[in-house]
Write a protein that binds this ligand. Sequence first.
Ligand SMILES: O=C(O)CCC(=O)C(=O)O
Ligand SMILES: [Fe+2]
Length: 311
Amino acid sequence: MTVQRRGISKTPESSAIEKKIKRGNAQRQASSWRGNVTTLLLLTGVTGLVSWMYFSWADDFTHTLVSRGEILTQPRVFTVECSEDYKKYKFFPGCTPTKCGRAITDSAVTLEEAQKLRRLAERGLSLAGSDGGASILDLHSGALSMGKQFVNVYRYFKNEIRDVFTEDDFELYRDVRSRIQKIIAETFGLDSKQMYLTKPTFFSRINSTSAKTTHDEYWHPHIDKETYGSFDYTSLLYLSDYGMEFGGGRFVFMDPSSNRTVEPRAGRVSFFSSGSENLHRVEKVTWGTRYAITVSFTCDPDYAIDNPSLP
Ligand SMILES: O=C(O)CCC(=O)C(=O)O
Ligand SMILES: [Fe+2]
């Protein structure tokens, strides 16, 4: 039995139809590609426009009070109306903020002094440190981040701590503290003798490691007077350079209609009245390591602390 080959035998008409079908397919494919390319271009355009709008908008609302590259020979002072916060506390003439604001100076602390303090911070914090991105060393209480908690360096390391910190280091801290106190008094028209160092006073080391506990979450907006209670004037001495040694980590004053940033620079001191007129946050550090010291003052002698010293 012969098996007949089934199928369409090609006639001139059928091959014309085949060609038409092929042409149709090719046209459909081409138009679908054109459609995809148009959608892609449209999407890119829209994304570009949205990013441009976002960045120009963010730029409009973010002002740099001082950039890392500038060197201020005089304090740069910005006056802000005082909040009502101070009314909730006892009034101390010559100290309680009646003139509020923020200021930045690069001439209170020399680069050499900042470098010396930075080495002190590195040595101290290398003894332990947080598992997350933010570690502190409080020179007064001895609190040092360790893993997910804190230890007291003076108790934990006993006499060995004298191999880490010297009398000279503490002398430098005291000297820097009194210079900052004088500048704050001059800027806000205070009697520096009515101002007292208050706690906590600490070195901070921040890197981009993710937070492990709430102690590592340094980036939240806050008001120092609420967070720390006794603060009336906060000062921050920066020990490393924004954009050179770390990314992110700018200090941001969050005003109602705009953000105002301070770019850290080794030896730069930023100080401000601690009430809600100076709501602020620190941007997340994205790379590198940021070092700073917080030195704060109270008007209330009940919250005064002595200068840190070696036990
Ligand atoms: O390190 C800074 O720039 C600010 C830290 C801060 O806001 C604080 O310790 O309350
Ligand atoms: Fe703060």
